[in-house]
Design a binder for this molecule. Structure first.
Ligand SMILES: Nc1nc2c(c(=O)[nH]1)N[C@H]1C(S)=C(S)[C@@H](COP(=O)(O)OP(=O)(O)OC[C@H]3O[C@@H](n4cnc5c(N)ncnc54)[C@H](O)[C@@H]3O)O[C@H]1N2
Ligand code: MOO
Length: 436
């Protein structure tokens, strides 16, 4: 970034994406893959194609509760000339594959193997009688026992022919052995995890997630839950940015650094696992700018972005001395005001992290008319928090970068571009939905 004159938010977003490109490349290396049990793989990205070694389903099975038949046996069946067949042995889900004797019909339940020799299923509703008699666990033949055989002499009639293959789910219909189940880069959601499980796969190769050290700075901060002394406030950024980072697929470590440059560097050095250090606070023009003081001399550039809130930003590799060795720590520095910090995340970091995580990088965008007039600093891209009204217009809240509660109630972010100093009611603005 250019530290002396403001860059546009678009330019800074591109700079952040370029800055994190090496991290993305590293994460996407096949050799970086981790093997993860399915139960822990939700939301992760596949690091390699996954192939099936088995057929799914593994055997031909019935799509309906009914009778497995040879379709040829019913060729002459009609309303006036029903075909009556002796009832053979039942096939229930979980039974081994049986065999259908020629000229018989075998009760078959949904998901049960089609007996060898059968090529079609007639649903029970189309049989006469249209219900199973003398089989199952409710037949009174003794508690807990399932009856698979009907009494000798039982028959069933069919009043229509059946096409070969009717209601038969073929072996391998979902997956054949050797088929690619999912390709590299696929995000593992419910259907993907289920499909892997159906193919008997218990663990998957996934890409590592970026580890972000989130570092809040400022003597005035106390964790929520603690009482405040004079001049102190509760730390909001750790909560908001931790959630934002996790929602975008990152693993978060949190730390706090007081307003002391050496202490801040020590915290960074104590977290070698971090792929990225994200700081909040201590970057503007005050006399106690700990982030700037600590990191500017070791390589991080600070400067204004023409955005409001979120103007002061920092970006760069901090080269830190570690005994005789050095450690390069990629750093992104956000301003401390809670709205500024969260909007900085929204504009600069969220799209990149979500791209790495296989998530849609952009918010849903729409154009909406303003419910009322507003003003904006002409040299800055202003991002206001707003809410959609029932009539489709957008009501815009106050611009202050300390008004986090307003943000919490907002449903949209309202964008007022550089070069605009005022807009009348009814003017059309770009809004990003944040309520999904
Ligand atoms: N003379 C100037 N003053 C300021 C300028 C400027 O250009 N010239 N820029 C203003 C803008 S814009 C912003 S944004 C802030 C940025 O300040 P810092 O990043 O240095 O942040 P701090 O001074 O540490 O804090 C600002 C504000 O936010 C509160 N804060 C900080 N961290 C947290 C947290 N984790 N949770 C809740 N609140 C936090 C802090 O108490 C301050 O009130 O500078 C302006 N000033
Ligand atoms: O740019 Mo600051 O982020 O407005 O409060």
């Amino acid at each position: 970034m250019a530290p002396s004159h403001p860059v546009t938010p678009v330019e800074h977003a591109q700079a952040v994406a370029a800055f994190l490109a090496p991290l993305r490349t590293r994460i996407e290396l096949p050799s970086a893959a981790e093997t993860m049990p399915l139960a822990e793989a939700e939301g992760r990205i596949l690091a390699a194609d996954v192939l099936s070694t088995v057929a799914v389903p593994p055997f031909a099975n019935s799509q309906m509760d009914g009778y497995a038949v040879r379709s040829a046996d019913l060729a002459s069946a009609g309303p006036d000339s029903p075909v009556r067949l002796p009832v053979g042995r039942t096939s229930a889900a979980g039974d081994p594959i049986g065999e259908l004797r020629e000229g018989t019909a075998a009760p078959v339940m949904t998901g049960a193997p089609i007996p060898a020799g059968a090529d079609a299923v007639v649903p029970i509703e189309a049989a006469d009688p249209p219900r199973f008699l003398g089989i199952g666990s409710g037949t009174g033949s003794g508690s807990g026992t399932d009856r698979h055989d009907v009494p000798e002499g039982t028959t069933v009639a069919f009043a229509a022919p059946v096409a070969p293959g009717s209601f038969v789910r073929a072996a391998g219909a979902d997956l054949v052995p050797g088929a690619v189940i999912l390709t590299v880069g696929t995000r593992l959601g419910p259907a993907q995890l289920g499909s892997l499980a159906a193919a008997g796969i218990a663990e998957a190769p996934v890409r590592p997630r970026p580890v972000v050290l989130l570092l809040s700075t400022g003597h005035e901060l106390r964790p929520p839950g603690e009482s405040l002394g004079s001049g102190q406030i509760h730390d909001a950024n750790t909560a908001s940015l931790s959630a934002a980072l996790r929602e975008s697929g990152a693993v978060v470590a949190t730390a706090f650094a007081p307003d002391d440059a050496d202490a801040l560097l020590a915290v960074v050095l104590a977290h070698p696992e971090a792929d990225l250090v994200l700081t909040t606070g201590g970057v503007s023009a005050g006399a106690f700018e700990v982030v700037r003081d600590a990191l500017e001399p070791v390589g991080v550039a600070f400067g204004p972005v023409a955005m409001q809130p979120g103007g002061p930003q920092g970006l760069g590799i901090a080269r830190l001395a570690l005994g005789d060795a050095v450690r390069d720590a990629p750093v992104i520095a956000f301003p401390g005001n809670p709205v500024s910090a969260l909007l900085s995340f929204e504009m600069f970091l969220r799209p990149v992290l979500r791209g790495i995580a296989g998530l849609p990088p952009r918010r849903p965008v729409q154009i909406a008319p303003l419910a009322h007039a507003l003003s904006s600093p002409v040299g800055k891209h202003q991002v206001r928090r707003g809410a959609m009204r029932g009539d489709g217009s957008v009501e815009v809240g106050a611009p202050g970068s300390h008004l986090l509660h307003d943000y919490a109630r907002a449903t949209v972010l309202v964008h007022v571009p550089i070069g605009v100093d005022a807009l009348p009611a009814g003017a059309e603005v770009e809004v990003w939905r944040i309520d999904e």
